[in-house]
Write a protein that binds this ligand. Structure first.
Ligand code: ZN
Ligand code: ZN
Length: 188
């Protein structure tokens, strides 16, 4: 996922990268419940230079298999994450953060606190770590199979999307919950 700085001009250059399983393993974590890609990550990138600054923008895209954080069902979800970053030459500067300094020496690029700015050095920029970060931050933190997933009953473990168990009184849909909600709305 390398970018040759001297080949860039003011006209955006289209590039495409593919993130394989190894790329994913570096960004997705190996937690059993973590979202898994069903195919490689496709990265479309447009790069241009304005003065000495390098402008990158594009999109990372794949399809995920996620585990619902409420009912544990596996389901598919598209991942489509736009990104944009401006890199300015580091020149003689050294990042205060030792990890960033290391990245600048190794990859020719280091990132700022936000993912939209950074520094580069030299003629070749390795974007792998940056793109990994983009994908990692795009992963759903609390995956839901659908917005209104009712989850599992905390008492008997029944999937409340498909059945109503006899512990139903404790569910938020019970008459008591409705009554409480009404009281809140009326303000008494
Ligand atoms: Zn669910
Ligand atoms: Zn139950």
């Amino acid at each position: 996922m390398k970018l040759l700085v001297e080949r860039l001009t003011t006209t955006p250059k289209e590039l495409a990268f593919e993130g394989d399983a190894a790329f994913w393993a570096e960004s997705g974590g190996d937690d059993e419940l973590a979202p898994r890609p069903l195919r490689s990550v496709r990265i479309q990138l447009r790069a241009h230079k304005m003065g000495e600054d390098v402008y990158l923008e594009g999109e990372a895209e794949t399809e995920l298999e996620c585990g619902c954080s409420r009912c544990l069902a596996r389901y598919r979800q598209a991942l489509r994450e736009p990104f944009r970053i401006v890199l300015e030459p580091a020149s003689g500067r050294v990042p205060a953060d030792p990890e960033a300094a290391q990245a600048l020496a190794r990859d020719g690029v280091c990132l700022g606190d936000e993912l939209d700015a950074g520094w580069y050095r030299g003629s070749e920029i390795d974007l792998r770590r940056y793109l990994r970060e983009v994908v990692a931050l795009a992963l759903p933190v609390q995956p839901l199979c659908r917005e209104d997933c009712r989850g599992l009953c905390p008492h008997c473990g029944a999937d409340r999307n498909v059945e109503t168990c006899s512990c139903a009184k404790a569910s938020p849909d019970s008459p008591f919950a409705v009554l409480r909600k009404l009281q809140v709305e009326r303000g008494d």
